[in-house]
Design a protein around this ligand. Structure first.
Ligand SMILES: [Zn+2]
Length: 113
């Protein structure tokens, strides 16, 4: 499962960050998942639940923020929400655009004890 390997790498990052501040407990993490990242938020939160067994992350609250993908049109320079990499500009109907956000899979913040 794709989401399982993502949750394990998230766990690795959490461990690294926690050891930097010599923390033994992480209370909360905030993740940002783009709508075009290919990650199923439901599967990811399940995978996180399964992999968060260590004392460090037990009872850790996981907040997942979904980031809606947006593109900037190369023709009219306006931004618009998009559902795929090749979306049509909603302002001028151009197909030439650049993705601004929506592919992120990242740990935004974490709160340690
Ligand atoms: Zn446009």
């Amino acid at each position: 499962m794709h989401e399982m390997s993502i949750s394990l790498s998230i766990l690795d990052i959490i461990k690294e960050e926690a050891s930097k501040v010599s923390s033994k407990k992480v209370n909360e993490i905030v993740l940002e998942i783009g709508s075009l990242s290919g990650v199923e938020v439901e599967s990811l939160s399940f995978a996180l639940e399964v992999s968060f067994t260590e004392p460090l992350v037990q009872d850790c609250e996981v907040i997942i923020n979904k980031i809606e993908a947006r593109s900037r049109c190369n023709e009219c320079q306006k931004e618009f929400p998009c559902e795929s990499l090749f979306s049509q500009c909603t302002h001028c109907n151009s197909y030439s655009s650049k993705l601004i956000c929506g592919k992120e899979i990242q740990l935004k913040s974490l709160v340690v004890e």
